[in-house]
Write a protein of this length. Sequence first.
Length: 201
Amino acid sequence: MKALSIEAALLAVVLTLGGCAPKAVTVSFPLATGREWTYSGSYRAAQQVARAVRINAYDHVMRVGAIEKIGGDEYFVTRLLIAQGAFGTLPLRWDGGNLYHPQGDGREVVLKGTLTPGDGWRFTFEGRTLDMSVGRAEEKTVPLGTYQAVRLDFAVKDEGCGKLWVADGVGIVALEYDAASNGRTTRLELGLSALKTGAEK
């Protein structure tokens, strides 16, 4: 029996798997006043030359506040809180298809509701440009449990790169980020440890 060529073998695998078209996954990002995500995390800073590593553990909290009207649309004002006291605000709007935030006179997509592997988009937050790329669907285990999630790879222009995992009906369940500056690599690892639901609207 004549052996299959590598091209024929690969074609056979593709046909067996039902084709190579990426499978889209639909996710929702619930927003409600009082909803709160708590992420347990660690911060690792390593000096590349000395190879010294410092690890600090702390929590991040993402809390949804009241609704404000911005540019004709209603947005939930979401606060990002860190145990050390630092915080930022990010107005968010979920229209049932995408998660948006206001930008200039319009709005930009922060998270697409339909995630297809290989798809991508770009948005700007606090002067930083983020390029998002959809990875594969996979299980992600965090302190609160194990979720069926979609991995998103992202890059922050001139600053670093990372990945986050999004689960349908939950939101972001984990985040890993590597920032490089002045010869130092900093890694931030966060995993969902508590979830408080608010009043849906």
